[in-house]
Write a protein that binds this ligand. Structure first.
Ligand SMILES: *Cc1c(COP(=O)(O)O)cnc(C)c1O
Length: 224
């Protein structure tokens, strides 16, 4: 199927739900993004800063770019002028740098805390206690140019549906706890970014508000 057909199939599946589709275009050429853009898709996700900046420069300026991959502090400055959301905040140090660059650009940058939910050692993210510690810290309270919009998580890569369901359930439950404790009066804390091509149906069932789909829309990626 074409990219356009893939997107409309997913849009149809989402129907009237509030779930937002992040089209993960990493490793794919700008032509593929233009095809997706032609269907009305405006939110795209990338995981490498250089690639993201290159694509940003070449493509229409009403695209909302989301960074979904691990971000090094020294690269924040390249995306700070235009990034719509950073899904992968995993330390106070990174958040401080995002805030600093946001100040320089006279804007507020939306961020998600990446929470470690998988049963794998290789994934980035904060565990539950680290996330709470971050939100309680004085360093965090001082940051005025970032806005925490919610959480992001990546489930274990497994065929075990029950395990994936449990991980997403835990993330949703953790989100609700954070909302109650830290963001009770903040209506902007409302996003749960979970679900990829292999597990987005379970993620939606468990309360995802943003699914990040790459291969389902653009076809499989060749390994680098
Ligand atoms: C690559 C990637 C995706 C999309 O993966 P697919 O399985 O191709 O849908 C989603 N989220 C993150 C963080 C990614 O790195």
């Amino acid at each position: 199927m074409s990219i356009a057909a893939n997107i409309s199939a997913i849009k149809e599946e989402l129907g009237n739900s509030e779930v937002k589709l992040i089209a993960v275009s990493k490793t794919k050429p700008v032509e593929s993004i233009i095809e997706a853009y032609g269907t009305g898709q405006r939110i795209f996700g990338e995981n490498m800063v250089q690639e993201l900046v290159d694509k940003y420069e070449k493509l229409p300026k009403d695209i909302e770019w989301h960074l979904i991959g691990h971000l090094q502090s020294n690269k924040v400055k390249y995306i700070a002028p235009f990034i719509s959301m950073i899904h992968s905040v995993d330390s106070i140090k990174l958040l401080q740098e995002i805030n600093k660059q946001a100040v320089k650009n006279n804007r507020v940058i939306d961020c998600l805390l990446q929470i470690y939910i998988a049963d794998e050692d290789t994934k980035y993210g904060l565990d539950f206690s680290e996330a709470i510690e971050l939100l309680r810290s004085e360093e965090f309270a001082a940051l005025k140019n970032i806005r925490i919009r919610g959480v992001m998580g990546i489930a274990t890569l497994t065929d075990n549906q029950r395990m994936i369901r449990e991980e997403f359930y835990e993330l949703k439950t953790f989100f609700s706890g954070l909302k109650e404790t830290f963001f009770r009066r903040d209506s902007h804390f409302n996003e749960i970014s979970m679900g990829m091509s292999g597990d987005y149906k379970i993620a939606i069932e468990q309360g995802s508000t943003m699914i990040r789909l790459g291969s389902t829309l653009f076809g499989t990626r060749s390994k680098k």
